[in-house]
Structure formats: C-alpha cells, structure tokens
Design a protein around this ligand. Structure first.
Ligand code: ZN
Length: 207
C-alpha cells in the first residue's frame, strides 16, 4: 500500500503516463505542484481542461486547431499544389518551425503498424483521398510529398499511400514524392533540425 495520500499518488500516476516520464520524474513533478504557490496546480488543471474542450481537428488537414479550418489551410498565402502528408501534428510543427515549406499538410494520425495493432482502417486514408480529389479540382497539378518517418512502418505507410493513388497518377495531374533520406533511418521527423528538414525536402525524389 502506498504511504502517500491517495490524491498525491493519483497525480504521480497521471504524470507517469506521460511520454518519457519515469516514476521519479513523475514524483518530482507532483511535489513541485504540491509545494508551488499561486495556485499553479489549478492553472495547469484549467489549461488542460481548456485544451481538451476547445481543440478540434481541422476538417481539411486534421491538424489540431481551434476552429473548423486551421490557420494553414485557410491562409491564401499557402500553396495548394503541394500536400505534405505527415504522421502526427508535431511533424507539422517541425516543418513550420523550420520555415522551409509553404504548401498545405495532411495529418494521417499515425502509421500502419501491425505490431501495435494499427491497421489502415485506423488511419485517415479515406479522408486523404477526399482531400486530394478536392485539391485536384482547384489546381492543374498536385504534388503529394510523403513525409512519414524513415522507419519500417513509415516506409510501409508510404508504399500504401502510393498504391492508394496509382489510378490517379496515370491521369498525369498527380505527382508523388518522398522526403530524401538525409534523415537517418529510425529518426523522428519531429526532432529534425531546420537544415536536415530543408535538405530532406529539397532532395525529395519521385516515389
Ligand atoms: Zn488544416
């Protein structure tokens, strides 16, 4: 049985569920909030609830947004003839922070990973197809840049996307490219620095 008050143990358990946080860090974080003045714990709790209640998925790219259409999709400055397909919202953040891309995005929601029980059904392939058709009605030529991570699952997912658009490719309005592998195998796109992302994007090749 834990010697800690139940409420403290509960907070430690919740922090412990965060990615990259072990039991020790979780305890330290809990004690930080226990000790800190200015109602920091309440502020954190309120911020989390507000995020949970207000954040939606953009209806076009499925990135996290605070309105139906995110700032990127609704911006007239973004080129609509380039669609960068990424795994997670944090990959969009990596590209945006690097400032090397001016097209639009599509967030798949993960990669196909049989080991983790993630099949194509769980990801947004149907929505991707719809978005591509929608964009194609507006532009003469569309480039899909597949920017899944250079992992086994990322590669398998890239192939799946390619197969998805085989028929459309024949019509000649579509081009599919893959980020150059300046990114080391197994690297995570969200942690790539600006130069690496720039090189990966500039060196992209036909799928
Ligand atoms: Zn969007």
């Amino acid at each position: 049985m834990s010697i800690l008050p139940k409420s403290v143990q509960k907070v430690i358990d919740e922090f412990g569920r965060l990615p990259g946080v072990g039991p020790k860090s979780a305890s330290r974080m809990a004690y930080h909030y226990l000790r800190s003045p200015n109602q920091d714990a309440t502020k954190l709790a309120n911020a989390l609830v507000e995020m949970d209640e207000s954040v939606v998925n953009c209806t076009k790219c499925f990135n996290v947004a605070d309105q139906k259409e995110c700032n990127i999709c609704s911006s007239p400055l973004r080129k609509k003839d380039r669609l960068c397909v990424v795994e997670e919202p944090l990959d969009v953040v990596a590209f945006e922070n690097s400032g090397v891309y001016d097209g639009v995005y599509f967030v798949l929601g993960g990669v196909i990973s049989p080991a983790d029980g993630i099949t194509s059904e769980e990801l947004r392939f149907k929505e991707l197809k719809e978005r591509v058709v929608e964009l194609l009605s507006d532009v003469d030529e569309l480039e899909i840049i597949i920017a899944t991570n250079p992992s086994l699952e990322g590669e398998a997912t890239a192939s799946y996307i390619y197969d998805l658009f085989k028929t459309l490719l024949k019509e000649g309005k579509l081009k599919i490219t893959r980020l150059a592998m300046g990114l080391p195998t197994g690297a995570d796109l969200e942690y790539a620095d600006r130069l690496t992302l720039k090189k990966a994007l500039e060196g992209r090749r036909d799928f």
